[in-house]
Design a protein around this ligand. Structure first.
Ligand SMILES: Nc1ncnc2c1ncn2[C@@H]1O[C@H](COP(=O)(O)OP(=O)(O)OP(=O)(O)O)[C@@H](O)[C@H]1O
Ligand SMILES: [Mg+2]
Length: 306
């Protein structure tokens, strides 16, 4: 370095400037990284919030359905009791109609004859109607069992599948053939309501993928210390390239309003986090399209909420 004091001062100043520039560059990089991280956290927060809202919505639908089912159950119960005792008394009524009354004119006798024919049919049909309401109510209550709490209880998963199909019956037109192969399953200590939400999503996904008609296959069986449920359809299937993506929150190929893309992501969290199980796509399904397989350990611990 030269002895010139001006030159020295200049060099010192240059060094200091370089250092300051490096420091500034370093700080800007850190600031940029922090900013990126905040953006990422914000996106995560937004996603988690939507997932929670969807969870809540499903839980409230379950709660509502179970509340209504409970309300309907009692009046239907006493209607059935009443109509059954009316049916027991029917022979007396029919006899009275047949005997008639001396002051009846021809029109009244004709009405009484008609009533004698019609009454047993009316009562039979009313009993059948009330029994189907009872079945729907029972299915609704079973369907939404525990869905609003994280309570676990011993449940029959085959019954859960059947209840889910009954609850979805207005979505399953005659163009769809449902093939059930439900094997013997032990009772599972699980959150039945939440598992029914998983069945609902897989069944609806299958129906939506198939379009207006097709075959849906639902199998259940025990495999060692696990129960296995498979839901398979005749739709276009799912390419390997997107097999993992479909489980990501908000991944959907459906029109806005038709799907939120949360069904499979919520299903996965219910199966893996809440029941220590697995859910994945498999190749050897009974249908030509996609086959989802759920595996749940028979021995469950209370693993907390999903
Ligand atoms: N059985 C299936 N056959 C073909 N594609 C499927 C099937 N099931 C799911 N998919 C694909 O995976 C995507 C994600 O499914 P997911 O259930 O998570 O969301 P969604 O059905 O689109 O919307 P949501 O369930 O929230 O109403 C679907 O949009 C579809 O592209
Ligand atoms: Mg779905």
């Amino acid at each position: 370095m030269s002895d010139n004091p001006y030159e020295k001062a200049y060099q010192r100043e240059k060094l200091a400037r370089n250092e300051a520039e490096h420091l500034l560059e370093d700080l800007s990089r850190k600031l940029y990284d922090k900013n990126e991280e905040i953006n990422r956290l914000y996106e995560d927060l937004k996603r988690n919030q939507s997932i929670m809202v969807q969870h809540e919505k499903l839980a409230s639908v379950g709660e509502l359905a179970s509340g209504i089912a409970h309300e309907i159950n009692n009046p239907v119960g006493f209607c059935l009791t009443n109509i059954n005792s009316l049916q027991d008394q029917l022979p007396i009524l029919l006899e009275a109609c047949a005997a008639g009354s001396p002051d009846w004119d021809a029109e009244k006798r004709a009405d009484a004859d008609y009533l004698r024919e019609d009454l047993p049919i009316l009562i039979r049909e009313t009993i059948d109607g009330l029994i189907s309401i009872q079945t729907i109510v029972r299915d609704l209550r079973y369907y939404s069992r525990n869905s609003n709490q994280d309570a676990f209880s011993g449940a029959d998963l085959n019954q859960g599948i059947k209840s889910t199909l009954n609850v979805l019956r207005n979505k399953i037109s005659a163009q769809y053939q449902i093939h059930l192969a439900l094997g013997d399953l032990p009772l599972i200590h699980c959150n039945q309501g939440k598992l029914n939400q998983v069945f609902t999503n897989l069944i609806l996904n299958g129906l939506q993928a198939m379009g207006a008609s097709g075959n849906l296959y639902i199998d259940s069986y025990q495999d060692g210390d696990q129960v296995v449920i498979r839901i398979s359809d005749d739709g276009p299937g799912i390419e390997d390239a997107i097999a993992l993506e479909i489980f990501q929150p908000f991944y959907t190929t459906k029109k806005v309003g038709d799907g939120t893309g949360l069904g499979l992501s919520i299903s996965r969290s219910i199966i893996t986090e809440l029941h220590a199980g697995q859910i994945c796509l498999v190749k050897d399904g009974r249908g030509q399209g996609a086959t989802f397989e759920i595996r749940i350990p028979i021995e469950q611990e209370d693993l907390g909420s999903a």
